[in-house]
Design a protein around this ligand. Structure first.
Ligand code: BDR
Ligand code: CA
Length: 356
Protein backbone atom coordinates (compact mmCIF):
# COMPACT_ATOMS: atom_id res chain seq x y z
CA UNK A 1 0.00 0.00 0.00
CA UNK A 2 1.03 3.61 -0.53
CA UNK A 3 2.03 5.50 2.62
CA UNK A 4 0.06 8.74 2.50
CA UNK A 5 -0.14 11.86 4.63
CA UNK A 6 -3.06 14.23 4.08
CA UNK A 7 -2.86 17.94 4.86
CA UNK A 8 -6.32 19.53 4.66
CA UNK A 9 -8.60 22.41 5.70
CA UNK A 10 -11.74 20.36 5.99
CA UNK A 11 -14.61 21.92 4.20
CA UNK A 12 -17.06 20.05 1.99
CA UNK A 13 -14.73 18.73 -0.71
CA UNK A 14 -11.91 17.96 1.75
CA UNK A 15 -14.37 15.55 3.42
CA UNK A 16 -14.33 13.48 0.22
CA UNK A 17 -10.52 13.62 0.21
CA UNK A 18 -10.64 12.15 3.72
CA UNK A 19 -13.04 9.45 2.51
CA UNK A 20 -10.62 8.28 -0.18
CA UNK A 21 -7.55 8.61 2.06
CA UNK A 22 -9.20 6.64 4.85
CA UNK A 23 -10.85 3.89 2.82
CA UNK A 24 -9.16 3.38 -0.51
CA UNK A 25 -7.54 -0.08 -0.53
CA UNK A 26 -4.29 1.34 -1.94
CA UNK A 27 -3.81 3.93 0.80
CA UNK A 28 -2.09 3.52 4.11
CA UNK A 29 -3.08 6.73 5.87
CA UNK A 30 -0.18 7.72 8.13
CA UNK A 31 -1.80 10.78 9.64
CA UNK A 32 -3.64 14.00 8.91
CA UNK A 33 -2.60 17.58 9.55
CA UNK A 34 -4.96 20.51 9.40
CA UNK A 35 -4.39 24.02 8.16
CA UNK A 36 -6.18 27.38 8.20
CA UNK A 37 -8.16 27.97 5.03
CA UNK A 38 -11.81 27.26 4.41
CA UNK A 39 -12.36 28.23 8.06
CA UNK A 40 -10.23 29.00 11.11
CA UNK A 41 -7.83 26.27 12.21
CA UNK A 42 -9.82 25.08 15.24
CA UNK A 43 -12.83 24.64 12.95
CA UNK A 44 -10.98 22.77 10.19
CA UNK A 45 -9.45 20.55 12.87
CA UNK A 46 -12.82 19.82 14.44
CA UNK A 47 -14.33 19.07 11.04
CA UNK A 48 -11.48 16.73 10.15
CA UNK A 49 -11.88 14.75 13.37
CA UNK A 50 -15.63 14.59 12.99
CA UNK A 51 -15.36 13.26 9.43
CA UNK A 52 -12.81 10.64 10.47
CA UNK A 53 -15.17 9.66 13.30
CA UNK A 54 -17.99 9.22 10.77
CA UNK A 55 -15.65 7.18 8.60
CA UNK A 56 -14.86 4.79 11.46
CA UNK A 57 -11.22 5.94 11.49
CA UNK A 58 -10.88 7.33 15.00
CA UNK A 59 -7.48 5.60 14.98
CA UNK A 60 -6.02 8.14 12.54
CA UNK A 61 -4.27 10.95 14.41
CA UNK A 62 -5.12 14.52 13.50
CA UNK A 63 -2.52 17.23 14.09
CA UNK A 64 -3.53 20.90 14.10
CA UNK A 65 -1.07 22.83 11.94
CA UNK A 66 -0.61 26.50 11.12
CA UNK A 67 -3.38 28.95 12.03
CA UNK A 68 -2.18 31.55 9.53
CA UNK A 69 -0.02 31.90 6.42
CA UNK A 70 3.75 32.28 6.72
CA UNK A 71 3.79 36.08 6.27
CA UNK A 72 0.18 37.21 5.87
CA UNK A 73 -3.10 37.18 7.74
CA UNK A 74 -5.50 34.29 7.32
CA UNK A 75 -8.34 34.43 4.80
CA UNK A 76 -11.37 32.16 5.12
CA UNK A 77 -13.97 31.05 2.59
CA UNK A 78 -17.21 31.56 4.50
CA UNK A 79 -19.06 32.34 1.24
CA UNK A 80 -18.28 28.86 -0.01
CA UNK A 81 -18.22 26.61 3.05
CA UNK A 82 -19.99 28.74 5.68
CA UNK A 83 -18.43 30.02 8.91
CA UNK A 84 -17.93 26.52 10.28
CA UNK A 85 -16.25 25.27 7.10
CA UNK A 86 -18.94 22.56 6.96
CA UNK A 87 -22.15 24.55 7.07
CA UNK A 88 -25.40 22.80 6.23
CA UNK A 89 -24.17 19.47 7.58
CA UNK A 90 -26.43 18.40 10.41
CA UNK A 91 -25.49 14.72 10.29
CA UNK A 92 -21.91 15.23 11.43
CA UNK A 93 -21.04 13.11 14.48
CA UNK A 94 -19.21 14.61 17.44
CA UNK A 95 -15.60 13.45 17.58
CA UNK A 96 -15.37 11.29 20.68
CA UNK A 97 -11.96 12.04 22.16
CA UNK A 98 -10.77 15.54 22.93
CA UNK A 99 -8.12 16.67 20.46
CA UNK A 100 -4.88 15.63 22.10
CA UNK A 101 -1.91 15.72 19.80
CA UNK A 102 1.06 13.82 21.22
CA UNK A 103 3.58 15.97 19.35
CA UNK A 104 3.64 19.10 17.24
CA UNK A 105 2.39 18.61 13.66
CA UNK A 106 5.77 19.26 12.02
CA UNK A 107 7.37 16.73 14.32
CA UNK A 108 4.60 14.22 13.63
CA UNK A 109 4.87 14.66 9.85
CA UNK A 110 8.64 14.41 10.01
CA UNK A 111 8.58 11.25 12.11
CA UNK A 112 5.95 9.52 10.01
CA UNK A 113 7.52 10.39 6.67
CA UNK A 114 11.15 9.61 7.46
CA UNK A 115 10.01 6.23 8.78
CA UNK A 116 8.96 5.31 5.22
CA UNK A 117 11.56 3.93 2.77
CA UNK A 118 13.14 6.60 0.53
CA UNK A 119 11.02 7.69 -2.39
CA UNK A 120 7.82 5.92 -1.34
CA UNK A 121 5.50 8.29 0.55
CA UNK A 122 2.87 10.59 -0.92
CA UNK A 123 1.98 13.89 0.63
CA UNK A 124 -1.42 15.20 -0.42
CA UNK A 125 -2.39 18.82 0.05
CA UNK A 126 -6.03 19.86 -0.16
CA UNK A 127 -5.66 23.15 1.67
CA UNK A 128 -3.22 26.00 1.50
CA UNK A 129 0.49 25.14 1.52
CA UNK A 130 1.59 26.72 4.83
CA UNK A 131 2.16 23.47 6.76
CA UNK A 132 3.92 21.79 3.89
CA UNK A 133 6.13 24.78 3.20
CA UNK A 134 7.13 24.92 6.87
CA UNK A 135 7.74 21.16 6.94
CA UNK A 136 10.30 21.29 4.13
CA UNK A 137 11.90 24.45 5.54
CA UNK A 138 12.37 22.87 8.96
CA UNK A 139 13.00 19.28 7.87
CA UNK A 140 14.59 19.23 4.41
CA UNK A 141 15.50 15.55 4.92
CA UNK A 142 11.85 14.60 4.39
CA UNK A 143 12.08 15.39 0.66
CA UNK A 144 14.00 12.22 -0.18
CA UNK A 145 11.27 10.05 1.37
CA UNK A 146 8.63 11.64 -0.81
CA UNK A 147 7.64 9.85 -3.98
CA UNK A 148 5.01 12.40 -4.82
CA UNK A 149 3.40 15.59 -3.64
CA UNK A 150 -0.15 15.98 -4.92
CA UNK A 151 -1.61 19.46 -4.60
CA UNK A 152 -5.12 20.70 -5.27
CA UNK A 153 -4.63 24.30 -6.22
CA UNK A 154 -4.08 26.87 -8.89
CA UNK A 155 -5.92 28.24 -11.85
CA UNK A 156 -4.23 27.87 -15.19
CA UNK A 157 -7.07 29.25 -17.29
CA UNK A 158 -8.64 27.53 -20.22
CA UNK A 159 -5.36 26.90 -22.00
CA UNK A 160 -5.50 23.14 -21.58
CA UNK A 161 -9.16 22.33 -22.04
CA UNK A 162 -12.41 23.92 -23.02
CA UNK A 163 -13.90 23.18 -19.62
CA UNK A 164 -15.79 26.12 -18.17
CA UNK A 165 -14.08 27.84 -15.28
CA UNK A 166 -15.75 29.14 -12.16
CA UNK A 167 -17.91 32.16 -12.71
CA UNK A 168 -18.87 34.68 -10.14
CA UNK A 169 -22.41 35.95 -10.15
CA UNK A 170 -22.69 39.01 -12.31
CA UNK A 171 -19.22 38.62 -13.73
CA UNK A 172 -17.91 37.04 -16.88
CA UNK A 173 -15.66 34.02 -17.16
CA UNK A 174 -12.57 34.16 -15.05
CA UNK A 175 -9.51 32.12 -14.23
CA UNK A 176 -9.66 31.84 -10.51
CA UNK A 177 -12.33 31.15 -7.94
CA UNK A 178 -11.14 33.63 -5.32
CA UNK A 179 -9.96 36.52 -7.40
CA UNK A 180 -10.11 36.86 -11.15
CA UNK A 181 -6.71 35.16 -11.38
CA UNK A 182 -6.20 33.24 -8.18
CA UNK A 183 -7.48 29.95 -6.88
CA UNK A 184 -8.23 29.96 -3.13
CA UNK A 185 -5.59 27.51 -1.78
CA UNK A 186 -2.72 29.23 -3.57
CA UNK A 187 -4.09 32.70 -2.82
CA UNK A 188 -4.22 32.02 0.93
CA UNK A 189 -0.47 31.51 1.20
CA UNK A 190 1.32 32.56 -1.98
CA UNK A 191 4.74 32.64 -0.27
CA UNK A 192 4.49 29.03 0.92
CA UNK A 193 3.22 28.07 -2.55
CA UNK A 194 6.13 29.77 -4.26
CA UNK A 195 8.58 27.98 -1.97
CA UNK A 196 7.07 24.58 -2.81
CA UNK A 197 6.80 25.11 -6.58
CA UNK A 198 10.38 26.31 -6.82
CA UNK A 199 11.81 23.53 -4.62
CA UNK A 200 14.31 21.70 -6.84
CA UNK A 201 13.73 18.27 -5.27
CA UNK A 202 9.97 18.53 -4.87
CA UNK A 203 9.06 20.14 -8.16
CA UNK A 204 9.58 17.06 -10.33
CA UNK A 205 7.70 14.99 -7.75
CA UNK A 206 4.69 17.33 -7.74
CA UNK A 207 1.31 16.78 -9.35
CA UNK A 208 -0.95 19.81 -9.53
CA UNK A 209 -4.73 19.56 -9.79
CA UNK A 210 -5.89 23.02 -10.85
CA UNK A 211 -9.42 24.31 -11.31
CA UNK A 212 -9.71 23.53 -15.01
CA UNK A 213 -9.26 19.88 -14.09
CA UNK A 214 -11.51 19.84 -11.02
CA UNK A 215 -14.24 21.59 -12.98
CA UNK A 216 -14.39 18.52 -15.23
CA UNK A 217 -15.64 16.43 -12.28
CA UNK A 218 -19.02 17.77 -11.20
CA UNK A 219 -21.19 16.14 -8.57
CA UNK A 220 -24.21 15.93 -10.84
CA UNK A 221 -27.64 14.73 -9.71
CA UNK A 222 -26.93 11.30 -11.18
CA UNK A 223 -23.61 11.03 -9.34
CA UNK A 224 -25.16 12.16 -6.07
CA UNK A 225 -28.04 9.73 -6.36
CA UNK A 226 -25.80 6.78 -7.13
CA UNK A 227 -23.44 7.58 -4.23
CA UNK A 228 -26.38 7.96 -1.88
CA UNK A 229 -27.97 4.64 -2.80
CA UNK A 230 -24.75 2.80 -3.51
CA UNK A 231 -25.39 2.02 -7.14
CA UNK A 232 -23.67 3.16 -10.27
CA UNK A 233 -25.42 5.89 -12.23
CA UNK A 234 -25.91 3.77 -15.29
CA UNK A 235 -28.16 1.33 -13.45
CA UNK A 236 -31.66 1.90 -12.20
CA UNK A 237 -31.30 3.24 -8.71
CA UNK A 238 -33.61 1.75 -6.12
CA UNK A 239 -34.54 4.86 -4.17
CA UNK A 240 -36.74 2.93 -1.74
CA UNK A 241 -33.65 1.56 -0.02
CA UNK A 242 -32.62 3.34 3.14
CA UNK A 243 -29.18 4.87 2.60
CA UNK A 244 -26.59 4.30 5.32
CA UNK A 245 -25.93 7.11 7.80
CA UNK A 246 -22.54 7.63 6.20
CA UNK A 247 -23.96 7.93 2.68
CA UNK A 248 -26.60 10.35 3.96
CA UNK A 249 -23.85 12.46 5.55
CA UNK A 250 -21.79 12.57 2.36
CA UNK A 251 -24.91 13.37 0.33
CA UNK A 252 -25.66 16.26 2.66
CA UNK A 253 -22.09 17.53 2.30
CA UNK A 254 -22.33 17.47 -1.49
CA UNK A 255 -25.82 19.04 -1.46
CA UNK A 256 -24.58 22.08 0.45
CA UNK A 257 -21.62 22.43 -1.89
CA UNK A 258 -23.97 22.21 -4.86
CA UNK A 259 -26.00 25.07 -3.38
CA UNK A 260 -22.89 27.20 -3.00
CA UNK A 261 -21.75 26.61 -6.55
CA UNK A 262 -25.17 27.43 -7.93
CA UNK A 263 -25.47 30.54 -5.82
CA UNK A 264 -21.94 31.98 -5.99
CA UNK A 265 -20.65 30.70 -9.32
CA UNK A 266 -23.91 30.02 -11.22
CA UNK A 267 -22.76 26.44 -11.84
CA UNK A 268 -25.99 24.49 -11.55
CA UNK A 269 -25.02 21.12 -12.98
CA UNK A 270 -23.25 20.13 -9.77
CA UNK A 271 -20.27 21.25 -7.70
CA UNK A 272 -16.68 20.58 -8.81
CA UNK A 273 -15.27 18.18 -6.25
CA UNK A 274 -11.73 19.54 -6.21
CA UNK A 275 -9.96 17.91 -3.29
CA UNK A 276 -10.43 14.14 -3.65
CA UNK A 277 -8.86 14.42 -7.10
CA UNK A 278 -5.53 15.19 -5.42
CA UNK A 279 -5.84 11.94 -3.44
CA UNK A 280 -6.82 10.02 -6.57
CA UNK A 281 -3.79 11.46 -8.40
CA UNK A 282 -1.52 10.02 -5.70
CA UNK A 283 -3.13 6.58 -5.63
CA UNK A 284 -4.23 6.18 -9.27
CA UNK A 285 -2.00 8.43 -11.41
CA UNK A 286 -3.00 6.44 -14.51
CA UNK A 287 -6.62 7.58 -14.48
CA UNK A 288 -5.38 11.11 -15.31
CA UNK A 289 -4.32 12.16 -18.82
CA UNK A 290 -1.28 14.10 -19.91
CA UNK A 291 -0.16 15.05 -23.35
CA UNK A 292 3.10 13.22 -24.22
CA UNK A 293 4.56 13.27 -20.74
CA UNK A 294 4.47 17.07 -20.63
CA UNK A 295 5.86 18.80 -17.53
CA UNK A 296 5.57 22.38 -16.29
CA UNK A 297 7.20 25.11 -14.34
CA UNK A 298 4.81 26.91 -11.99
CA UNK A 299 5.48 30.49 -10.87
CA UNK A 300 3.39 32.09 -8.16
CA UNK A 301 2.72 35.81 -8.10
CA UNK A 302 3.51 37.06 -4.58
CA UNK A 303 3.19 40.79 -5.16
CA UNK A 304 -0.07 42.51 -4.43
CA UNK A 305 -2.57 43.27 -1.74
CA UNK A 306 -3.93 40.35 0.25
CA UNK A 307 -7.50 40.95 1.24
CA UNK A 308 -10.47 39.16 2.68
CA UNK A 309 -12.56 40.17 -0.24
CA UNK A 310 -12.78 37.85 -3.17
CA UNK A 311 -13.42 40.53 -5.73
CA UNK A 312 -9.89 41.89 -5.26
CA UNK A 313 -8.33 43.12 -8.45
CA UNK A 314 -4.74 42.06 -9.02
CA UNK A 315 -2.67 39.00 -9.73
CA UNK A 316 -1.64 38.00 -6.22
CA UNK A 317 -1.70 34.21 -5.96
CA UNK A 318 -1.85 33.69 -9.71
CA UNK A 319 -0.27 30.42 -10.92
CA UNK A 320 1.67 31.04 -14.10
CA UNK A 321 2.61 27.85 -15.88
CA UNK A 322 5.07 27.29 -18.69
CA UNK A 323 6.07 24.09 -20.44
CA UNK A 324 9.46 22.55 -19.66
CA UNK A 325 11.58 20.10 -21.59
CA UNK A 326 11.96 16.54 -20.33
CA UNK A 327 14.82 16.50 -17.82
CA UNK A 328 14.18 20.05 -16.62
CA UNK A 329 12.32 18.77 -13.58
CA UNK A 330 8.86 20.15 -14.19
CA UNK A 331 5.73 19.18 -12.31
CA UNK A 332 2.80 17.23 -13.67
CA UNK A 333 -0.46 19.04 -14.46
CA UNK A 334 -2.85 16.52 -15.97
CA UNK A 335 -5.33 17.74 -18.54
CA UNK A 336 -8.14 15.34 -17.84
CA UNK A 337 -9.37 12.45 -15.73
CA UNK A 338 -11.50 9.38 -16.31
CA UNK A 339 -14.60 10.56 -14.48
CA UNK A 340 -16.25 7.14 -14.23
CA UNK A 341 -13.15 5.63 -12.68
CA UNK A 342 -12.91 8.52 -10.25
CA UNK A 343 -16.54 8.18 -9.10
CA UNK A 344 -15.97 4.43 -8.91
CA UNK A 345 -13.22 5.10 -6.35
CA UNK A 346 -15.60 7.23 -4.27
CA UNK A 347 -18.25 4.49 -4.43
CA UNK A 348 -15.77 1.77 -3.45
CA UNK A 349 -14.52 3.85 -0.53
CA UNK A 350 -18.09 4.42 0.69
CA UNK A 351 -18.79 0.70 0.42
CA UNK A 352 -15.70 -0.11 2.46
CA UNK A 353 -16.49 2.59 4.99
CA UNK A 354 -20.05 1.25 5.32
CA UNK A 355 -18.64 -2.16 6.11
CA UNK A 356 -16.56 -0.88 9.07
C1 BDR B 1 -10.13 24.70 -2.96
O1 BDR B 1 -10.51 25.74 -2.08
C2 BDR B 1 -11.25 25.24 -1.01
O2 BDR B 1 -12.35 26.04 -0.74
C3 BDR B 1 -11.65 23.84 -1.39
O3 BDR B 1 -11.73 23.01 -0.24
C4 BDR B 1 -10.55 23.40 -2.31
O4 BDR B 1 -9.46 22.86 -1.60
C5 BDR B 1 -10.73 24.94 -4.32
O5 BDR B 1 -10.27 26.14 -4.83
CA1 CA C 1 -9.70 22.23 0.68
Amino acid sequence: RIPLWLDCDTGHDDAYALLLSAHDPRAELLGVSTVHGNAALDQTTFNTRAILEALGRRDVKVYPGAAKPIVRDAVHAADIHGESGLDGVTLLPQPVEPAVADVDYLEAMHRALIATPPNTAWLVSTGTLTNIGLLFQKHPDVARHIKGLSIMGGAVGNRFTDAPMGKVKGEGERFGNWTAYAEFNIYCDPEASRFIFSHPVLRPKTTLIPLDLSHQVLGTQAVRRSLLYGQRAEFDVDTTRLPSALRALFAQIMAFFAGTYAEVFSITEGPPLHDPLAVAAALYPDIFDDRDGERFRVDIVTEGVHSLHQSEVGELGRTKVSALQPGEGGCRIPRGVDRDKFWGLAEDALKRADAV
